[in-house]
Ligand binder design. Structure first.
Ligand SMILES: Cc1cc2nc3c(=O)[nH]c(=O)nc-3n(C[C@H](O)[C@H](O)[C@H](O)COP(=O)(O)OP(=O)(O)OC[C@H]3O[C@@H](n4cnc5c(N)ncnc54)[C@H](O)[C@@H]3O)c2cc1C
Length: 396
């Protein structure tokens, strides 16, 4: 393969429509032009490039797969390719767009009232309004059904009073609206049901302190949602969904985007390791001319190609309405594992330079440790697939 050739034996572009190719090229160009120049500094300083949010909107990255309300209405493969290019730059940037799109805009679009859609979706599509998704709590991570946050109806208008605490919430310190999942009692029943509430910035009793000290996802803002008897009008509850399937269906959308996104991180570390080892000479030869290096590059290359073909196949299934949540678990689990291993291998191939910020590989490696854990941990997806294969649940 000549030095300047596309370093992949399977060209994904050949599988794409003309429109999908255009989306892919323009997202890649945007990433190189607008994200790459400042991402390392943002990562080092622990800041998110807020100035790019309106441009994410213009590019159609916010709610990109949704129809109407100013959203781009991309098909699942085109949407996946945008996630890939955002995460080629940094998992934190992809996380911002994933949360806004799949975890806040999607549920408002799918389960919201007309008034909720009109109020939030157009502004969220342009990036004027920012959302966050509050499911995890200090004592409810992998087991979100054990959440303690609760909502109780009060007064003649049927307002809800919400108390609780959400933890590890991407974008919460920036958010205009927090989608908070809480338990409530309905219709005189003793059994609580989970409902989604749109809690708005400025409501009394709401605060969103930032979580400091992360050594991963440093170019993404993470925080808490603290709810101290927040009074929320009943019109702010999502009317179209109840139970754990509400948040889980959002997570399925987001995990699909992650399955594509991490391919971008894996491609970036592979391409950097390839060009570094072609340039770097030791023992009078480029490192890429040694068998051990070639074995590593071959493994990275083959795993990326297989992951991309899986994402593409599942994208087409999604387009036909045939993709199921377990397949999405498989995509998220295996592509994240692959990308994390690729980043570790690439880091070693760059030797000492591999730990330096300017080479980008260590940043991807640190970010992917979070991606391994959030949106369903690697272990929890293993158990879900294991249950499907064996018929035995091994969760508890
Ligand atoms: C940077 C970042 C951003 C995040 N953003 C959001 C967000 O926007 N919104 C949101 O709601 N949440 C968010 N999360 C939370 C994330 O989804 C949780 O961290 C994740 O669900 C795991 O929960 P936990 O951290 O409490 O770990 P735990 O559930 O305590 O798990 C700890 C370990 O135990 C393992 N484990 C748990 N149960 C079992 C079992 N039955 N069998 C075997 N092993 C098990 C897990 O796989 C894991 O390895 C974010 C997290 C991070 C780090």
């Amino acid at each position: 393969m000549p030095r300047e050739a596309t370093p992949y034996l399977v060209d994904l572009e050949e599988l794409l429509s003309e429109d999908e190719r255009i989306v892919w090229t323009s997202a890649r160009d945007f990433g190189k032009r607008r994200i790459a120049p400042s991402i390392e500094a943002h990562y080092e300083n622990g800041t998110f490039p807020k100035e790019l949010i309106p441009e994410f909107g213009e590019m159609g990255f916010l709610g990109g797969s949704l129809e109407g309300y100013g959203c781009a209405g991309m098909n699942p493969v085109a949407y996946g390719l945008t996630m890939l290019e955002l995460e080629r730059q940094d998992s934190g940037i992809r996380s911002f767009c994933s949360v806004q799109s799949a975890l806040v805009m999607y549920p408002i679009h799918a389960f919201g009232s007309d008034a909720q859609k009109e109020k939030w979706l157009p502004g969220m599509a342009t990036g004027e309004k920012i959302g966050c998704f509050g499911l995890t709590e200090p004592n409810a991570g992998s087991d979100p059904g054990s959440m303690r946050t609760h909502a109780k109806q009060d007064g003649p208008n049927g307002d809800y009073i919400i108390d609780g605490q959400k933890f590890w919430i991407t974008n919460s310190p920036l958010a205009d609206v927090c989608l908070v999942w809480a338990k409530t009692l309905e219709h005189g029943s003793d059994t609580p049901v989970i409902r989604g509430f749109l809690v708005e910035r400025g409501m009394k009793g709401l605060s969103t302190p930032e979580t400091k000290g992360k050594l991963s996802m440093r170019a993404s803002v993470t925080g808490e949602i603290v709810l101290d008897s927040v009074r929320v009008p009943k019109e702010n509850m999502l009317p179209g969904i109840s139970g754990l399937k509400g948040p889980l269906s959002c997570l399925t959308q987001a995990r699909y985007g992650i399955g594509w996104g991490v391919l971008g991180a894996a491609m970036d570390v592979y391409e950097r390791a390839r060009s570094y080892t072609l340039d770097r000479v030791q023992f009078d030869k480029p490192l890429a001319a040694f068998q051990l290096t070639q074995q590593k590059l071959t493994e990275l290359h083959n795993e990326i190609v297989k992951g991309a073909l899986l994402a593409f196949h599942f994208g087409r299934l999604k387009q036909d309405g045939k993709l199921n949540p377990l397949q999405v678990s498989m995509l998220k689990r295996d592509n994240v594992r692959m990308a994390l291993e690729a980043a570790r291998t690439a880091r070693s191939m760059l030797g000492g330079n591999g730990i330096m910020g300017e080479y980008g590989v260590m940043r991807h490696l640190c970010n992917l440790e979070t991606v391994f854990t959030y949106e369903g941990t690697h272990e929890v997806h293993t158990l879900a697939i294991g249950r499907a294969i064996t018929g035995h649940a091994a969760f508890a």
